[in-house]
Every structure is written in C-alpha cells, then in structure tokens.
Design a protein. Structure first.
Length: 329
C-alpha cells in the first residue's frame, strides 16, 4: 500500500494556481454515490432524485463505479477541464468527441490496475459504452443541475479565495486542509493515496484546482508521471449552507484556530499561552503552530528558558492585507 505523494513547499509556492469551475467532475462523484460506489457518499437529498431518474440500463453502464473503495477512472469520464471551466453542455459535447483510441487506452489501463473485470464491458466496445454513459449523465443532470446552480455563489467565492491566496503567495496555506487526506508537514504538502507514492510537482504552467459540489470526503488527482496537473476538492461551505454563517476570508484561508493564533501574536507568546487562546491542550496549539511555521507565517525563538512564538513579516503582511487591524501591534 502506498504511503502517498508529496510536493515540496518551494515547488508549491512557485506554481501558479488556476481554478476550473465545471460541473461534470461533481456530477460524476454524486452519481457514483447514488449508485452505491464510494466509501463516503454525497447527501441523500442529492442522490435520491438521481436514482429516480436512472433506468436499469444505467446501473449496468455504471457498474465499474460501484466499488466502495478508491479506484482509478479514465480521465475522459471525469470531465476535467482547463481553467476557467466550461458549461454542462460544452462539457458533454467535449466528452462525446473524446478520441476512441484515447478512451480505449485509459479504460485498458484502469482495468489492468484493478484486475477484477470491472472495465471489461467498456473495453469490448468503448464507443457504445461512452454513449450509454453520457445518457446516464444527462438523466442524472435533471436532478443535479439545480443543486449545481444553487452552489454557484459558493463556487464564485472559492475562485476569489484561490485568487487571494495566490496574490498573497499563500498557496501552501491554501492547500493545507484542502483535502481530508492532505496536510502540510515537514515543509511539504503531503497527501495519502492508495495508488501513487513519492515526490511530485505541479506543471510549469500551474496546477488546475477543480472545486467540487460533492461529499466533503471527495478528492481527485490527474497526474502524468511525476506531474500533478489537477487537484479536485470539495467546497465544504456548499454542504454546510444554512448550518452556520460563512467564515470570514482569513478564517477560510487558514482555518479558525490558526487564524486565532496568528491574531493573538501581537506580542511573542508561549505554546501554553496560545493553548489558552484556543481553549485547547498544548499539543493542539503545537500542531497549529507547526503548520503556521511551515507556511512561513510564524517563527520560534528562545527567550531565556522559554521558547516563544512570534509572527514573521509575512504573517504581519497577511493580516494587514486582510484588513485585520485588531491584530496589529
């Protein structure tokens, strides 16, 4: 079993971040949840109407997606698009135009990795399978389309959030917590993964981020050799809509606890003091300070017998650019 992939902090910071707002990657994941695939499903309120629209033939077509565990999927099936994204109609038309030799190769590769015959039917007649798959997507879209439309304001805010992080050179902070299996540690962005292992890097042209309207545990990668070209991740505010008001911009970027720590460092403070700020145990404060230090926002220094935490110039600039006057020195 693979331990996962990682990208060094310096490679993250020098990579442009681009956002693709496109519906098919989200529809694929919710459709997969609706037919019983995936270990963490999308909300039932999204899945039940889709099941109502599906036919028996759709379940036969979608059989490869019913595995309850992570699995490789042919890239054309996911509907990934370059930034800034595309409409549902354009995405479907592009999928229909997929070269059959490319689709056949992708299906063959996925079948070889799984080795359980999941993709045998599709491999025998890729063109017919693709037509049936598109028909399944069209029926599922009847129910999921309104969900996507309601999520557009949250997706627009996510585009702004990524743009703000890039403008502040805060790409590493953005990635920390983006995925439930990803974390920044040891000056790297590390992601647990069941298929790939070792160091990777983003393309010179920049990584494409694809926000998903799907389960909070959804994630996806598109890679070629050691190049990670696309990262798909859930926009959690879509799932939480109505449960609580949206967090302020800095909280959305860093997380609530790390923002509290950064704001509290109007003067150097010990881990114990920061734990009191968080109303948490010192180990929890240490965890968040480590993440902030890896992002270059805080630093530690010794004062007598004590080790104190202080904001760096970069941390100060981040607060000022977010208009956080209350936390200024």
């Amino acid at each position: 079993m693979s331990n996962g992939i990682y990208i060094k902090a310096e490679d993250v910071r020098r990579s442009p971040f681009r956002v693709s707002v496109t519906p098919l990657p989200s529809l694929y994941r919710v459709l997969r949840s609706a037919v019983g695939g995936g270990s963490h499903g999308a909300p039932r309120a999204w899945c039940d109407p889709i099941r109502t629209n599906l036919r028996a033939a759709d379940y036969e077509t979608l059989a490869p997606f019913m595995r309850p565990c992570p699995m490789p999927v042919p890239a054309p099936v996911l509907g990934l698009a370059d930034a800034p994204g595309e409409s549902f109609q354009d995405a479907v038309e592009r999928m229909i135009a997929t070269p059959l030799d490319l689709l056949a190769k992708e299906i063959s590769n996925c079948g070889a990795v799984l080795g359980d015959g999941s993709w045998d039917v599709a491999a025998r007649d890729p063109a017919r399978w693709l037509r049936r798959y598109v028909a399944s997507l069209l029926r599922a879209w009847k129910s999921f389309g309104p969900v996507w439309d309601q999520a557009r304001p949250a997706l627009d805010r996510e585009v702004e959030r990524v743009g703000t992080a890039a403008a502040l050179d805060a790409q590493l902070e953005l990635l920390d917590g983006l995925l439930h299996i990803g974390v920044v540690k040891h000056d790297r962005w590390c992601v647990r993964d069941g298929f790939y292992d070792g160091p990777m890097r983003f393309p010179d042209s920049g990584v494409v981020l694809t926000p998903l309207v799907a389960s909070e545990f959804s994630k996806g990668f598109y890679r070629a050799d050691d190049i990670l070209g696309n990262v798909s991740y859930p926009v959690r505010s879509v799932l939480a809509r109505g449960a609580q008001p949206p967090a302020a911009a800095l909280e959305r970027l860093l997380g609530i606890q790390r923002t509290q720590i950064l704001r509290a460092l109007g003067r150097p403070a010990s881990i114990g003091t920061l734990a009191d700020v968080l109303r948490a145990v010192p180990s929890a404060a240490t965890h968040h300070v480590n993440a902030l230090q890896a992002a270059g926002l805080v630093e530690r220094h010794r004062s007598g017998r004590n080790v104190l935490v202080d904001r760096t110039a970069r941390g100060e600039a981040l607060l000022e650019l977010y208009g956080d006057a209350a936390a200024s020195r």
